[in-house]
Ligand binder design. Structure first.
Ligand SMILES: *Cc1c(COP(=O)(O)O)cnc(C)c1O
Length: 357
């Protein structure tokens, strides 16, 4: 925790908190009372302020909606067992935001501006952080080009917003995956490692096609040969094969997930063998056939761990047994939840605890 904030704060006159049904939190349904609003002009960010969450005026010629300069982050704050509030790994999210901004020719956000505005927002809206196992306040920072101009150009004006939404524990039935061997989410050299809006826009159609075919999600493969695994939906993907945890090695087509990094770090700490490397479909198919592939799951902030039940590889369906309570994925998920709520030791310095007066 840093110093007392000096940001300008304009508080809402009518909080919506009492109208929120905390027992039924559909993801992203309610946006908390306040937001951070920062502006970039004349080559610099001015000091952001905290304002009531509201619409922003915009021109239909705003560059971001035409040419796609828009990047975001997704992270979480938790109510700890002792009642304090913990933002999970915000510095790492900030570093990734700047990487995304760079790739999209957008101005970086200084770390102190990011952290101070984030902490102030969470402090003001601390009552929006739900309690209960697996519940959290989802935090969405977004930066977008706001200059109004029809010519193709790099924008000279940007806005930085942080908004939050309370979310319950993530429940989803285990995924039935389609291995995508036609469409791509991105390609090496493209924007796959950046959390930019366009990556999502381009992924909707192939995902919708897969849904119509009866699958829940797409397993993305490399753009050249569709032989090697990249990611699952909008999550990183991991397997337990021959008793080892394997995941695709990062490249410019893969997003450097913070859940991925946390899980790999915990696995190494649990003396689990970890391999970050190229993973081929042939190898997975072999693992399904001989029984050495024992777990498959997605890793991301929203779900932490999303169990994969089956994979359709070139029209053939392979399934994985449901994870037992002793499985790596369920153990590591619990470990991560326990670190965030302060039940387990925060060995790696991931927790960023906010002081509430
Ligand atoms: C956000 C995202 C992830 C997961 O990253 P986390 O930091 O773990 O939430 C994985 N893949 C893609 C494409 C993403 O956009």
């Amino acid at each position: 925790m840093t110093n007392v904030s000096t940001l300008p704060v304009q508080k809402t006159t009518k909080s919506r908190l009492s109208s929120i049904d905390f027992a039924n939190l559909d993801f992203g349904k309610y946006i908390s009372d306040h937001m951070v609003l920062g502006e970039y002009a004349n080559g610099k960010w001015s000091s952001p302020s905290i304002v009531p969450y509201s619409d922003l005026p915009m021109s239909p010629a705003m560059l971001s909606i035409h040419y796609g300069q828009s990047v975001f982050e997704g992270m979480k704050a938790f109510k700890m067992a002792d009642g304090r509030i913990n933002i999970f790994r915000p510095k790492r999210h900030h570093a990734r935001l700047n990487k995304s901004l760079n790739r999209m020719c957008m101005p970086e956000i200084p770390e102190d501006m990011f952290l101070e505005s984030l902490e102030t927002l969470i402090t003001i809206d601390h009552q929006w952080v739900p309690s209960g196992e697996g519940a959290s306040l989802y935090i969405r920072p977004v930066v977008f080009a706001s200059e109004a101009r029809l010519g193709v150009k790099v924008s000279d004006l940007y806005k930085f917003v942080i908004m939050t939404t309370p979310v319950g524990p993530y429940f989803s039935k285990p995924y039935k995956l389609k291995v995508e061997d036609h469409y791509v989410r991105t390609a090496e050299g493209g924007t796959g490692f950046a959390k930019c809006a366009g990556n999502y826009g381009g992924a909707f159609y192939p995902t919708q096609v897969a849904r119509h075919e009866g699958f829940d999600q797409v397993l993305w493969t490399d753009h050249k040969e569709h032989k090697y695994i990249d990611e699952v939906g909008m999550m990183n993907v991991m397997f337990v094969l021959d008793g080892k945890l394997i995941t695709p090695k990062l490249n410019t087509a893969i997003l450097d997930g913070i859940t991925r990094d946390s899980i790999l770090t915990l696995a190494r700490d649990m003396d689990f063998t970890v391999e970050e490397r190229t993973i081929s479909l042939d190898e997975l198919e072999e693992g399904f056939k001989n029984g050495s592939l024992t777990e498959a799951f997605g890793a991301g902030t929203a779900a932490i761990v999303a169990t994969i039940a089956s994979m359709n590889i070139h029209g053939k369906n392979y399934s994985v047994n449901p994870p037992s309570p002793e499985s790596f994925q369920l153990k590591v998920k619990q470990q991560l939840l326990d670190i965030r709520t302060g039940v387990a030791e925060d060995k790696f310095g991931w927790n960023h605890i906010v002081a509430i007066k």
